[in-house]
Design a protein around this ligand. Structure first.
Ligand code: ATP
Ligand code: MG
Length: 565
């Protein structure tokens, strides 16, 4: 355990300690990015269990992504040891699934029910037309639920059954929620049912990072926490441990015009006097922007001869402290922007892992692999082997015995792409096929991110939430992309404010270097546009920003291994 010989809270600052050691009852922690909210939440759970004899079985921690849940579990295990296994750490979807499994009968489902993938949902929708109940009937007839129902059906069950509410409240007496600013109405209702108004709920978040309203999230629930839960205690954290002082200063200026946090404080804990400014590059086209990016990455990582590969995987930071590919992320507003970046990085021989925040199961090849694994039944062995075997069978369209359905007609490249994508997840699930299938059904592509992969990470801004890298490139800093606007539509102030928050989230992912870039011309919706630089930068002090020209051409790519996932 990592805290041997020291107090559990020694690695927190004074305000973080106040939050971590606060007594029971409703607790709201409001703090900006990089202030250690997630770290504080993990330490609070550990402190309650280790020092105040709270039973780990009584603890329920809810995170926004599966990846975050895994990370939290690992952290809890390192702080608490084995007893951490008794803590429930789930996303809202996985929590709903757990409740549904326990209450399947009451919900009109049989044990072993499944989660409808995209293809099944589409078919049911087409058949049912506009009739939402008919739609559910079709799913029920196949013993399936859809993803939204994972939360809404448990809510309906609990709403109708006070005894059930009592049972769950008795089981999870301590509830913790990270990224609370992005809960939606149904998730919020589930929380209200699981926690009495004076219950032990600890919600942590940052209204200025609310970026999921397009999916129904509502920052209003955050803002009215103290009305919903009685005598709520409020703790604000103020020190940012993540970003260099110039990056933090620029980010704070960028969010200021529409910040939702009154009297926001975000003081840099890192005061390195030599910290470089933000880099800003103006390119002619997206292709030129991507070319500049590839050269800059190449320059940062420092030449082919200094790089070493260990089957494509080494520790995220080279022992020498120099930048490695794993330290670098490229973030963009829309998936379409990834194309030129992927091309330029690949041409320069730079390994890449790209993820979107789409659901895993919405990729057809992933859904087919899941079906294949289910079909194979109770075979044993590590999932990595089983996933590879399933992929081979699919790609070669090997006929199955007693096949009731014709084989999917999938391009082999899609299948192999999906197999690669799923490997890190399969590895983390060991031989637990149920956990793996659940991850495929409820998870997002970002859950399959391999934090140890020796590759530059490409993500949408939405998918980058909660994460951090030493070096971040934010490409496409243009009016029309940031804020995103469709041609011919008037800018809606609410939507622009959310885009600004997205820009803020992107900037604050960076620890040491932040590079911003934009192109003077860009094809959008089939037409050539000439976008201006993002207006979000207008409020940033120019002395924090260094304008960068075109970097030198990279050395010729040599033996560097390509990992394009
Ligand atoms: P976000 O809003 O982006 O989710 P956060 O508030 O959850 O950010 P964390 O991810 O918990 O912040 O912490 C940010 C970084 O700062 C992490 O690398 C973390 O280890 C480090 N950190 C947090 N608190 C401290 C501390 N007291 N001392 C040293 N490092 C810290
Ligand atoms: Mg966090």
């Amino acid at each position: 355990m990592e805290e041997v010989g020291t107090g559990l809270l020694d690695r927190l600052d004074a305000l973080q300690r106040v939050a971590a050691s606060a007594p029971g009852g409703p607790l709201l922690v409001v703090a900006g990015p990089g202030t250690g909210k997630t770290r504080t939440l993990t330490h609070r759970i550990a402190y309650l269990c280790a020092e105040l004899n709270v039973d780990p079985k009584h603890c329920l921690a809810i995170t926004f992504t599966r990846r975050a849940a895994e990370e939290m579990r690992e952290r809890l295990e390192s702080l608490l040891g084995e007893v951490a296994e008794d803590i429930t750490v789930n996303t809202f979807h996985a929590l709903g699934l757990q409740i549904l499994r326990e209450q399947a009968g009451a919900a009109g489902l049989e044990d072993g029910f499944g989660i409808a993938d995209d293809a099944v949902r589409e078919a049911a929708r087409t058949e049912a037309g506009d009739d939402d109940n008919a739609y559910r009937k079709i799913l029920r007839a196949q013993n399936l639920v859809d993803l939204d129902e994972l939360v809404s059906v448990p809510v309906a069950l609990l709403r109708d059954d006070p005894d059930l509410v009592d049972r769950y409240q008795a089981r999870w007496r301590w509830v913790f929620v990270d990224e609370y600013q992005d809960v939606d109405a149904t998730q919020y209702e589930l929380l209200r049912l699981l926690v009495p108004p004076d219950g032990n709920i600890c919600a942590i978040g940052d209204p200025d990072q609310a970026i999921y309203s397009f999916r129904g999230a509502d920052v209003g629930y955050f803002l009215r926490f103290s009305q919903d839960f009685s005598d709520a205690r409020l703790v604000r954290l103020a020190r940012n441990y993540r970003s260099s002082a110039p990056i933090l200063a620029a980010a704070v200026q960028a969010i200021a015009p529409t910040s939702l946090v009154r009297g926001r404080r975000l003081d840099p804990a890192r005061l390195d006097p030599d910290a470089p400014q933000l880099g800003l590059h103006a390119a002619a086209t997206p292709a030129a922007e991507a070319e500049w990016l590839a050269r800059t990455v190449d320059g940062l990582v420092g030449g082919v001869s200094h790089r070493s590969f260990d089957g494509g995987r080494v520790d995220s930071r080279a022992a020498t402290g120099t930048v490695t590919f794993a330290d670098i992320a490229v973030l963009y507003r829309t998936d379409a922007q990834a194309g030129p970046v992927l091309e330029a990085l690949s041409r320069a021989g730079i390994p890449v892992q790209k993820r979107s925040h789409d659901r895993l199961a919405d990729r057809r090849a992933v859904a087919e692999i899941a079906r294949e694994l289910r079909f194979a039944g109770n075979t044993t062995g590590p999932l990595t082997d089983r996933v590879r075997a399933a992929g081979r069978a699919l790609a070669t369209r090997t006929p199955r015995l007693f096949d009731e359905q014709p084989r999917a007609d999938l391009p082999a490249a899609d299948v192999y792409g999906a197999v690669d994508l799923l490997m890190p997840l399969a590895e983390r699930c060991g031989d637990d096929v149920e956990a793996f299938l659940q991850a495929l059904a409820t998870g997002a592509e970002t859950d399959a991110l391999d934090p140890r992969a020796q590759a530059v990470t490409l993500l949408t801004l939405h998918a980058a939430k909660g994460l951090e890298w030493p070096v971040v490139f934010l490409v496409g800093c243009e009016d029309g992309l940031l804020p995103l606007r469709f041609p011919g539509t008037a800018p809606d102030p609410e939507a622009v404010a959310e885009e600004r928050r997205l820009f803020f989230v992107g900037m604050t992912r960076a620890r040491d270097r932040l590079f911003l870039s934009h192109a003077a011309r860009r094809q959008r919706f089939g037409a050539e546009t000439t976008p201006a630089r993002t207006p979000f930068l207008d409020v940033v002090d120019p002395s924090l920003v260094e304008r960068l020209g075109v970097a030198e051409a990279p050395r010729k790519p040599s033996h560097r291994q390509l990992r394009l996932i």
